[in-house]
Design a protein around this ligand. Sequence first.
Ligand code: 7RM
Length: 652
Amino acid sequence: MPTPDPTQAIEALSSESRLFPPPPAFAAAANAHDRSLWDEAARGHEEFWARQSRELLHWFQPWDTTCEWNLPDSKWFVGGTLNVSYNCLDRHVLAGLGDRVAIHWEGEPGDVRTVTYRELLDDVQRFANVLKSLGVGRGDRVNIYMPMVPEAAVAMLACARIGAAHSVVFGGFSAQALADRINDASAKVLVTADGGWRRGEVFPLKAQADAALASTPSIEHVVVLRRGGNPVDMVAGRDHWWHDLMAAADAECPAEPMDAEQLLFLLYTSGTTGKPKGIMHTSGGYLAQVAYTFKYVFDHKPGTDVYWCTADVGWITGHSYIVYGPLANGATQVMYEGVPNFPANDRFWSIIEKYKVTVFYTAPTAIRTFMKWGTAEPAKHDLSSLRLIGSVGEPINPEAWMWYHEHIGGGRCPIVDTWWQTETGGIMISPLPGVTATKPGSATHPLPGVGAELVDEQGSPVSRGGGYLTLTKPWPGMLRGVWGDPARFRETYWSRFPGRYFAGDGAKLDDDGYLWLLGRVDDVMNVSGHRISTTEVESALVSHPSVAEAAVVGANDPTTGQAIIAYVTLRGGASADEKSLRDHVATEIGAIAKPKTIYFTPDLPKTRSGKIMRRLLRDVAEGRNLGDTTTLADASVVDELKRRAEAAAPED
Ligand code: 7RM
């Protein structure tokens, strides 16, 4: 057995030699086709962002100071004024693009709506007036708890228009989660819907909201969109139908100048411990970053691209890459209400074919699910409109990347594997698709304007091998704090490595200087002194032709400290035995990384945004009672794994 290297925060076990340069025709037409953006950013970090902000946004009043940086507090474009909704809507309509489709919306039952920029602007102005009539003004908070409908974006943009901050809570969250978030933010108004469609049924959103409203004293009014058509209780004086208020509202609500640092939104992240944190994002810097990254990472071509991001608006991905980034760029996009397997497993591919989607952005969890469902599903559809595909949310295992490349991208589309966080506001590490030669499973390099560095335990930079991923320079979309808790902000992100932002991810640098995300450092396993990342073992398992998805955890072990326990889901129709998978891992990355035990399971426990919850699997593997399960998407999955673990354990 190799001896552990104590200087390695995380060991680098796997190696990948496949390289995919941008197709020449793609590169020739790409928004970025050479290294000039990196060169420019290297010459002057703030000047680089100032140019992006000036060129991509409309400012009512130019700023005096590009960046004020007093760690951990940053301000960007200080003294400047803009209006985020003006940037996303008015200026496109004023430029004669009012008839351009902003949103091709498709409901899960198959109903469709086409929303142009002019219509979106009309609705946003009216809804801004609705909010004003309900007493909402600059600096107030509005909670949004909605299905995936255009009105969710309308409500967000209407808040932005009048300087109120929104706090969107994912429609799949419970009444308790909603109440906690409303109370933390002291929101005045809640915008919700009767229900939305999911898996062929209406989920009763208003009933959940009602349960929350029993303990949210700050809420004065509730606006209810009719979507599900399900019966709802309306409380007189407090609850109002969206369509009634909209019909009565004034059509015009001019966009007023807002300070660049005006709070744009709060978005709560659950984190691993303690109460959810309200991550604060402000206006000018955030919009500059999402507009810039949308343009260059997704190589956006206004007027010709049809973009589709499958996230929910309740997540940061929905905020930045459904609402603000695309709309600031005048993009045309698809928005879909429901699940990928209604009415059948090919729904996404039928949507891509129908709307001729050119740029598609989804998550590894979805890709691995598609692998489970098999290649026949995408093969039923013409996906030739696609030219670029992206991934976000978790490390994408090299074999999932290859599957995506081949079966969705038709072997011709560059893949942008984008690393970022709720806290970073926008994409930080990603290929530029016309420039970067990609490697399956690597997010490649920091974008121009982003400073990222790996460090060891002591905080010294690491130039090869595993380490802690830190951000070294302020960036415009960075979080401005944790709502109501400056101490927690400092402690969580700025205390571990002085002078650096660190939010919990491990990564490694390979010999060519490519970055590979290795998952959360809390998940790193310690086997006989070797610090092994979950991601590398999972990727080794997924590289077996029978495996679609895998989660591994380190469980206490009397001989090795921790032992690797794997939970594996097979591809549709495939079979495999434990020994062959263990041997496969040994061949791929080494005997030290062989799982001690492998459980086969049809599903893995995931958060509602699709990330694997290894903490729960560790609880199961170590025979503990389950900790906090409130963020789990489907609780029956872990119950089943627990039953199996108990059945397998020797009786005592
Ligand atoms: C956008 C989003 C953030 C965490 C982050 C990572 C993980 C996200 C990637 C990734 C590897 C990626 N925001 N993560 N993207 N890991 N490769 N391309 O997901 O706040 O919900 O989560 O997600 O651990 O810290 S988030």
